[in-house]
Design a protein around this ligand. Structure first.
Ligand code: BTN
Length: 254
């Protein structure tokens, strides 16, 4: 398939058939000086990656794409755009599902449908010598037609949850539209409105939570997320702990 480049809702779209990883394609283009606001979409990936260097199985039928952004901000604020993107996935996914379907976000970057993971995001970035962002890549995978079976958190797909079979393009375009709107809010008003929207759909907020940190299992109550995007947990015993990376498990139903 010949790559096609077109304009799509304010992004240049590079549409490919099979790649190693759309994040890797976007990173190579970024390092070669590509301008911001490029989206790389592929039909399949041979080396799809998830968080914690896990494999992201990437057969045909699902959505795989990466945004190349160059936000004019400190590197520490870049994860806030990940929350803009999660909110946009939630919105675009909910739009193709039956209206009573529960669509939630799960810290840090997952999207759940009826408590099952249908989407995830991989953020990668590089900074300039002054600490501002050089490039930020937001890679997104959405299970449209199929989902992995043998995974640590139960997964599902949009079609299994009642979406129409041909919904992938609608989800992709709905995402770009919602992302552009959310980014405009972030640029003009900052993180607060984005965080409030994320919290309104957060699975397990205020409930018992278990987090698998590399060195320990942390049990407590999911209190909040802070400006940096870190998760705030009230440890059983009272101490407030800030978590920047880890796998969340809910100890009550999500
Ligand atoms: C996760 O939940 O662990 C994040 C999964 C991110 C997968 C997407 S698919 C498109 C982009 N390319 C990749 O290799 N990974 C991301």
């Amino acid at each position: 398939m010949t790559p096609t480049v077109s304009a799509n809702l304010g992004f240049r779209l590079l549409s490919l058939d099979t790649v190693d990883s759309t994040n890797d394609v976007a990173r190579r283009l970024a390092e070669d000086g590509a301008a911001a606001d490029l989206v790389v979409r592929a039909q399949a990936q041979t080396a799809g990656r998830g968080r914690h260097r896990r494999t992201w199985i990437s057969e045909r039928g699902n959505l795989y794409f990466s945004l190349l952004l160059r936000p004019n901000c400190e590197l520490g604020r870049a994860p806030q755009l990940g929350f803009v993107a999660v909110n946009a996935i939630v919105e675009s996914v909910a739009a193709v599902l039956p209206s009573a379907t529960a669509v939630n976000c799960k810290w840090p970057n997952d999207v759940l449908v009826q408590g099952h993971k249908v989407g995830g995001m991989l953020l990668e970035s590089n900074s300039q010598p002054d600490g501002t962002v050089d490039w930020l890549i937001i890679g997104i995978g959405v299970n449209v037609a199929q989902h992995p079976r043998d995974v640590r958190y139960p997964a599902s797909s949009l079609i299994a949850e009642g979406a129409p079979e041909d919904c992938a393009d609608a989800v992709f375009e709905g995402f770009l539209r919602a992302f552009q709107a959310g980014r405009a809010v972030w640029e003009s008003d900052g993180f607060k409105a984005i965080r409030d929207a994320w919290r309104s759909r957060a699975a397990g907020l205020g409930e018992p939570i278990r987090i698998n940190l590399d060195s320990e299992i942390l049990d407590g109550v999911f209190e909040d997320i802070e400006e940096s995007g870190a998760l705030i947990v009230r440890r059983n015993g009272g101490e407030r702990v800030k978590v920047t990376a880890g796998d969340v498990l809910f100890t009550s139903a999500a």
